[in-house]
Design a protein around this ligand. Structure first.
Ligand code: ATP
Ligand code: LTN
Length: 340
């Protein structure tokens, strides 16, 4: 049983780290763009996964909902196939070293760098009444998550690439100043990755915080709901199922169908040649619903056993803290903080 997280120096495998905010239920976009890759890659790497609850505080949360969503996210991740017995899965706030390293990194991240982050610009436009300091320094906390575990690989969706690049820049800067403190991480958008678009407006990404419920599919949606949402998916006024510039809706449905069925887009174009959009949407909806059914069932089982979930997260935090403690103490020493 590999139940001890080791640092890179001791492990033959490369380290993988990734996290997700417990800001709501997982969408099909989160699953196909991020979580499914974690599942595929988890055994190839020495993997560590986190639920980034501190990050979600950058947007106003209802306390009881945040608590519920955190446990529910743990159940969702395990239901999707994260093997939390082999790979630590923990809640970010349970390992206090994240917030502590974030401070050191904030002192080594430039105002100009943070100002260029597109997520900061987007989120400050969307939450104009709450442009707090945490929203601005969010990438430094994310860099702390990554650098605490000496991660080599950080699988994320395209929209998070800029943050991982900032973590790289900060690691390189501090390595120069303090003589090799950190492993420099690589972001990668794995080849199995899919960028899933909104079903209501296929020029935008599918996002769980979209006000329009028909814009996203949740991995916990039941079959009827999934099929209904796909039936309503916005397409175009032609009647040709081909992947082509300008056909955002059809391109999105083909991408989803390909990611879920494992068939290539050209094979799908052939399969649906001459068929109508209605038939195609129904096929995509049913294929997605069937793929999600076992995840929903496993989720329900896990949510019925809160004790198991709590224990799994506590074990994960203990294993993660073992590594985090060592990194933080090395960094404190290197930057010149007086040792106790
Ligand atoms: P929010 O709506 O609260 O901003 P979100 O649904 O956009 O959330 P995040 O929690 O920010 O998702 O992202 C979790 C992971 O899922 C990230 O790695 C992100 O890149 C990926 N991801 C999110 N949306 C998509 C999408 N539509 N397609 C592919 N990957 C996605
Ligand atoms: N910001 C990420 C979640 C996240 C993360 C990380 C991802 C927090 N810390 C460290 C990779 C590595 C998001 O998906 N919104």
């Amino acid at each position: 049983m590999e139940n001890k997280v080791e640092t890179n120096k001791e492990s033959a495998k490369k380290r993988l780290f990734s996290a997700i905010q417990p800001s709501g239920d997982l969408t099909l976009g989160n699953y196909l763009g991020a979580i499914r890759n974690w599942v595929v890659l988890q055994d190839e790497y020495d993997s560590v996964f986190s639920i980034a609850d501190l990050h979600s505080l950058t947007v106003r949360q209802e306390p009881a909902a945040l608590r519920r969503n955190t446990l529910s996210m743990a159940a969702s991740l395990i239901a999707c196939g994260i093997d939390a017995e082999r790979h630590p899965l923990f809640v970010q706030s349970h390992v206090h070293e994240h917030a502590e390293l974030a401070w050191i990194l904030e002192c080594n991240t430039m105002f100009g760098e943070l100002s260029r982050m597109t997520q900061f610009k987007d989120k400050s436009a969307r939450h104009a009444d709450n442009i707090n300091a945490g929203l601005f320094t969010y990438p430094s906390l994310m860099a702390a998550d990554i650098l605490l575990y000496n991660a080599d690989a950080v699988p994320v969706g395209e929209d998070q690439r800029q943050h991982v690049e900032l973590a790289r820049d900060v690691a390189i800067r501090m390595n120069g100043l303090y003589n090799g403190v950190f492993t420099v991480p690589e972001s990668f958008i794995p080849k199995y990755g899919a960028r899933v678009k909104s079903l209501a407006d296929p020029t935008k990404k599918m996002s769980k915080s979209d006000a329009n419920q028909n814009a996203f599919v949740l991995i916990l949606d039941d079959k009827d709901t999934v099929v209904r949402k796909f039936k309503k998916a916005v397409t175009d006024s032609e009647n040709e199922i081909v992947f082509r510039e300008g056909k955002d809706g059809i391109n999105n449905l083909l991408t989803i169908m390909s990611a879920v069925s494992g068939k290539t887009v050209p094979a799908l174009e052939k399969e649906f040649e001459g068929k109508g959009y209605g038939e195609f949407k129904l096929a995509v909806g049913e294929t997605v619903a069937d793929a999600l059914a076992p995840i929903r069932a496993r989720y329900a089982e896990l949510m019925a056993d809160k004790e198991y979930l709590t224990k799994t997260l506590a074990d994960g935090a203990e294993k993660a803290a073992y590594v985090a403690r060592r990194t933080l103490s090395k960094v404190y020493k290197k930057v010149g903080l007086l040792q106790k």
